[in-house]
Design a protein around this ligand. Sequence first.
Ligand code: GLY
Length: 252
Amino acid sequence: MTEIIVRTDVPYAVTVGGGVSRRLPELIRCADGAGTFALVSDNTVIGLYGDRVTALLEKTGKRVVPYVFPHGEGSKNGSEFLGILDFLARSSLTRDDYVVALGGGVTGDLAGFAASAYMRGIGFIQIPTTLLAAVDSSVGGKTAIDLPSGKNLAGSFYQPSAVICDTDFLDTLPPEVFSDGCAEVIKYGVLGNEKLLRHVTEKGTGFDREYVISECVRMKADIVSADEREHGVRTLLNLGHTLAHAIEKVSG
Ligand code: GLY
């Protein structure tokens, strides 16, 4: 198990390793004052890990209410965002409660933006289940939805209180989704981690997950700690993203 601290205004830990989700109750002590967890996930991930994560959250003695949306980027929109806000209100969440994002980048972005907006901001925990979310989107506090005019055009900088990355959750990823996360790993290598780049070049997709994810998160934590709101060095983390967003937009 590896723990990396992200030194933002309120520092938080990213915990990475095989089976770390079993330690969820102790890793989310930040939420001791909460009464309810709203578990936000998509209809693929909830079937794979929903029961397990719900049982672990319930071990803390708190109420768990699930919000499930259709899998895919198409759900990262204004109506799903408002749907979550309304669900949080109907479930009587208060400012002491927490949103828990269980899933990939879409889930983290959508749930995080909702957590930042509901009652002007309630607690937020990320449990990434894709490689892309593990190495990049679950860390650093960027949350967003897409607008008809472009990707990620509405959102907030809103840091989670904890990120729990169980590398075993990557076992169920389709190969093309795993590859899409590998591109993000290569980004970190290209941004100045020769050892990491050499490791993934040698091992291919059979790389040491805890080592690779921890290295990427450590690099991201350093950059985000220096430039939380992307006025300078953080733009490095967009390497490849801007072009890819344009390709996504024009290709539909
Ligand atoms: N995904 C790029 C960033 O967090 O800045």
